[in-house]
Write a new protein. Structure first.
Lengths: 270, 338
């Protein structure tokens, strides 16, 4: 048993190790995206200050809470990134899927490890943005270690939920060639429902309920609302329980989806 | 016991057909025409351990589809395939440990990283013992001349360098079965020869079973004792190269360069005929094929030169390429019906 775990750790560890290297192969891209993300963060700060110019609170949130949430949402934005649709689509078009299927590892397991490593790498590259948020916009990071612990747990669960959801959508690329349209559609949905632009607490009741049920919100808004106190810590057990249930359900569904979809795979005409 | 077994292996692709133009696209949106294409049609063969088999056919004949079913990437529509006693699709992970694959037109290496990074990762994924890995890396570096390539990102490599790197990656875990799909496509003669030597060495020293698909019949002649030929998804020949050469090698081709275009009929000795495929009087090239068991080259040349003024002529010995061309032109069918 221990031997099996050690073997798997060694294999998946090696697969994880390759991610930062490929990521950092394009240094210009890293710097440009950092610059653009900082600009976006700046615009959002001024936008929310303007929104709050004539009012003290919106949906029970004051300016400081909203700004803290928005700044943290921009820093932790990689938690809500989607990549599997384009990854599968590109891989099918270029034929790389054939080699991925030929590796002696669990196909989904391999992608999951790389997905999570990619998230960690992206978060690491957000450190300069966090410094800007702290030094320029006066972001006050929560100091309660319990909050951080709950946040990290919720973020891991939420990111995994999003992975399984992203995976199921990516399986559709085995059936359709319209990967770009599908990718844009999902990206648009994630922009609104992840809570990266607006705290979901500000949405009308019915829309908030719907948004919270989406994997996009589970990955970003739910953990951040715990960290910023929008969702009280006392509700954390229930929030985490819901996340575990979603994770198990989507995990099982995603395995079934793949098992059926992979039978449809075609690689460059054959 | 056979290492590769296929029984009535069949693959049908279901595709959507669109009429040309915008109207066709709109029509397909509402009433898509579903078309079934039979890519592989009831193919059965067995391969014994240590064999090197050439799997050949024209573009679209079903070669790559067969290979992908053997590797477990594609699921057969019907029929059976077993590799080392396993179903390669259902037991994908176990099967993957024992096989190596090179798809000549796509890479399994990490595009942005140095070759050594890719090889290190592959060795860890396949759980190659570190000491053995070091030994193999040294061996491969020498045979495939990888020395300077190890530190080079894949994206900076030439086609030949990339292919050498691909072979190293496909064989670093010492697989029992290797599928090579067009491994020498677009390569110059020197690189081709180096790659052929490497494959030969792996087969000789480790008993690796090799399935080779290629359009370069030189690869097959150099490496394989057995050849499987498929056409339109169906197996049309499976046997030793020597047998096929003996069966179809009785035909020779003789090419005459005539002084004038030849329009008139020419009387030929029994067993000789004009190769009509591609024949053009304006080219002033007259290609004849004759059965050397019925007539001789000198007899054919004599008869032609009696009737047509000839500048030059040449006799072609049959190689595998010309034999395959004959088979595709119906020689196998002709032989069966006669």
């Amino acid at each position: 048993m221990i031997q099996a775990i050690r073997r798997r750790t060694n294999i998946y560890g090696a697969m994880a190790g390759i991610v930062p290297k490929t990521f950092l192969a394009y240094s210009l891209w890293v710097w440009v995206s950092l610059f653009l993300n900082t600009i976006t963060m700046t615009i959002l700060v001024f936008f929310w200050k303007a929104v709050y110019a004539d009012t003290g609170t919106i949906a029970g949130l004051d300016l400081q809470t909203t700004l803290t949430y928005i700044l943290l949402a921009q820093i932790f934005l990689p938690l809500g990134d989607l990549s599997m649709i384009f990854e599968f689509g590109y891989s099918l078009r270029e034929g790389g899927i054939a080699h991925a299927l030929l590796r002696p590892v669990d196909f989904q397991g391999g992608f999951y490890v790389q997905y999570m490593t990619q998230t960690l790498t992206s978060l690491f590259l957000q450190i300069p943005m966090a410094l800007v948020a702290w030094l320029v916009f006066g972001l006050r990071f929560p100091t309660d270690l319990q909050l951080w612990a709950v946040f990290i747990l919720s973020a891991i669960l939420g990111r995994t939920i999003l992975f399984f959801f992203d995976w199921m959508l990516a399986c559709l690329t085995f059936y359709t060639t319209e990967v770009w349209g599908l990718g844009v559609l999902v990206y648009g949905a994630s922009l609104f429902f992840s809570g990266s632009l607006v705290p979901l607490a500000m949405l009308p009741g019915w829309l908030q309920t719907f948004a919270l049920a989406t994997p996009f919100a589970q990955a970003l808004y739910v953990p951040l609302s715990l960290l910023t106190g929008i969702t009280p810590l006392s509700q954390a057990p229930m929030v985490l329980l819901i996340q575990v249930i979603l994770l198990i359900t989507l995990g099982v569904l995603s395995r079934l989806f793949f098992r059926v979809a992979v039978r449809k795979v075609t690689v460059q005409g054959g | 016991m056979a290492i590769i077994e296929t029984e009535n292996l069949t693959k049908v692709y279901r595709t959507t057909r669109k009429d040309p133009g915008l109207r066709g696209s709109v029509k397909a949106l509402f009433r898509p025409q579903i078309v079934d294409k039979l890519a592989v049609d009831r193919i059965s063969f067995h391969v014994e351990p240590g064999e090197m088999v050439g799997y050949i056919g024209v573009n679209g004949a079903g070669k790559s589809t067969t290979i992908k079913m053997l590797t477990g990437i594609l699921v057969p529509t019907s029929g059976q395939v077993r590799i080392l006693g396993r179903d390669p699709h259902r037991q994908r992970v176990d099967n993957a440990r024992q096989i190596g694959v090179v798809f000549g037109q796509r890479t399994q290496l990490w595009w942005d990283l140095a070759l050594i990074e890719s090889l290190n990762l592959i060795a860890r994924i396949y759980e190659v013992d570190p000491a053995r890995y070091k030994q193999l890396l040294d061996q491969f570096s020498e045979t495939l001349e990888l020395g300077e390539l190890l530190r080079m990102p894949i994206r900076n490599m030439s086609l030949g360098q990339k292919m050498r790197a691909e072979l190293a990656a496909a064989l670093i875990h010492e697989p029992l079965v290797v599928y090579l799909d067009e491994p020498t496509i677009g390569l110059d003669l020197i690189v081709k020869e180096r790659i052929r030597e490497f494959i030969r060495q792996q087969n000789r020293d480790k008993g690796t079973t090799v399935i080779l698909t290629t359009h370069d019949l030189g690869d097959i002649e150099e490496l394989c004792q057995r050849v499987i030929i498929i056409d339109n998804g169906r197996l049309i020949y499976d046997g030793p190269i020597t047998t096929i050469k003996a069966r179809f090698g009785k035909y020779r081709e003789i090419t005459f360069e005539t002084c004038q275009p030849v329009y008139q009929a020419i009387a030929l000795p029994e067993g000789a005929h004009i190769v009509t495929n591609g024949y053009s009087p304006e080219d002033r090239k007259l290609v004849l094929r004759f059965d050397r068991t019925l007539t001789t080259a000198s007899r054919v040349a004599h008869d032609v030169m009696d009737q047509v003024e000839v500048n030059d002529f040449s006799l072609t010995e049959p190689d595998l390429s010309s034999i395959v061309k004959q088979i595709y032109n119906g020689a196998l069918l002709e032989e069966t019906t006669s």
